[in-house]
Each structure stands twice: as C-alpha cells, then as structure tokens.
Design a protein around this ligand. Sequence first.
Ligand code: GRG
Length: 290
Amino acid sequence: MDPMLSYVLENTEFIDRKLQEYMSNGNPLLKVLQESINYTLFSGGKRIRPLFCFIVGELFGLRRDKLVSLACALEMIHTASLIMDDLPHMDNAMTRRGKPANHVIYGQDVAALASIGLLTRAYEVVLNDPGLSGEKKSRVVCKLANVVGIDGMVGGQFVDLKFSNKAMDHATLDYIHTHKTAVLFAASGTTTAIIGDATEVEAQALEVYANNIGFAFQIADDLLDALGNTDEVGKPLKRDSGNFVMLHGVEKSKQVLQEHSNRAREAIQLFQGRNDKLIALGHMLLRRKS
Ligand code: GRG
C-alpha cells in the first residue's frame, strides 16, 4: 500500500478512537443528543485537520499522543461548524456526505445543541490535557477561540450569509474563503507549532502553507460544485449562491488553485528533507473528489 495512504488510515483510526473517548456520555437522558453528535462526527469525515496537526507535529519531533487532544479539538470544531452550516437558517442543506443532514434526522433544536456541545468540548479537551503546560494550553485555546469567533469562522459565515451572491466583488469572496475555511487549516498548523515550540519563522512558514492550502482547498470545493458528480461529492451541486468558479470561470479557477498550491509548497522549503508528508497532504487535498 502507498505509505501515505497507510499513514492516513492508521492515524484516522487512532483519531476516531480518541474522538469516541472524548465525546462519549453514558447518561441515558442524553442518548439522543449523543446519537446526533455521533451521527455527524462518525459519518466519513476525511480528518484532514487532525492529520495536518500530526504531520506538522512530526516536524518538531512530537509524538501523536502529545497532540491528540488538539487534533480531536480541531475535528470537533470542524464538525460543529458543519452541523451549524447545514441548518435551515444558515445554508439550509438537506444532505451532508451523501446522507441526510443532522437536523433532518434529529431536528433543528437537537442539531444546534450537538453543534454547541462539540464546540465547547473542543476547548475542554485541550484545557484538561495533563501533557500540556498551562501556558501552552492557554495560547492554544485562545487561538482556537479566535479562529472560531467573529474574526474567524463566525465572521466568514456572516459575510457568506449576508453578502454572497453572483455579483459580489472579489474581496468579499476572498474574505469568505479565508474566514470560513482557511482559518481552521491555518490554526491547525499554528496551534501545533505552539505545542512544538516552533520558532517565529517556522510558525510563519506553516501559516503561509496552511492559508494557501486552505484557500486552494476551497477553490477545489467550488470546482467540485461546478464539475463534480453529486453521488461522489455527497451533496447537491451547482447551488452555491456565489463562488470562485462563478466569479472567475473554470480555467482561471484552476490556475489560481495551482498558484496557491505552489505558494504553499514554497513556504515549506524551510523544512526541506522532512516535508514529504506535508507535500503529499497538499496533493491529496487538492485532488479530492469529495
Ligand atoms: C464553529 C459552530 C461553529 C460555527 C462557525 C457555521 C459557521 C460558523 C461556519 C461554517 C464553516 C464551514 C462549514 C465551512 C466549510 C468548510 C469546508 C470546505 C468543509 C469541508 O471540509 P472537509 O472536506 O469535510 O474537510 P469532511 O466531510 O471531510 O469532514
């Protein structure tokens, strides 16, 4: 088997096991809430952000045990955002990963609580990690909160809801892409860099890499929306109110995606000789079909 594929499979299995552990709740009164959380948390997510975290950790000689609370926190935040994004007063999506969206099965009330439950548990697992110093925990959680909040995903979602349309200007679309998607990628790198005692230059290089990969990833998403196969992608296509491909066309979008991908690769030259997995991850993300 391709070594990168076996790395991904082995680590995905580890992440899934730890997510079960961190999120499990045996209270029978909360059974349906737990089912709603598990429904989206274990429905075939690619675990890109935790994998990125582990791969960056290797650059600093960090074993995955040292990073697993952060890796799972990143996936919890991501899952929380997907559940919320699909709600009728947000993106109003009926399917996610080829299955009915969380609120379609559990109702909007339960889905909203599942989302908040995942989000708050993310901070909790990092703060409860006995393997991290108090100083690192507070820096990591502060960064995660900032990335979720008004300056990050919440702001990106707001601009998407209120200003996204086929006639929006490029700056507005850039804002949405950067804040809805790239910020959590970037934070996966920068928070890992905090735990790994990265130098300022190393942390900056990882941020540039992740921002560019995150942005390219969103263009790839928009290309899938325009050109993909509904069954493979797992959601209805060609319904985005305004996206990169609609604004720039397919050819230009492919070109800009390649430019971001090149910039990402250049940024990690610094880690030459030990950046193979980062490069492979970039390839995997930008060639995805779902
Ligand atoms: C954090 C609860 C919370 C809210 C923030 C709702 C919201 C505000 C933001 C929405 C952000 C969002 C859903 C962005 C889309 C990002 C994106 C490209 C998701 C797809 O990521 P993949 O491909 O998904 O990693 P899988 O299915 O593999 O997990």
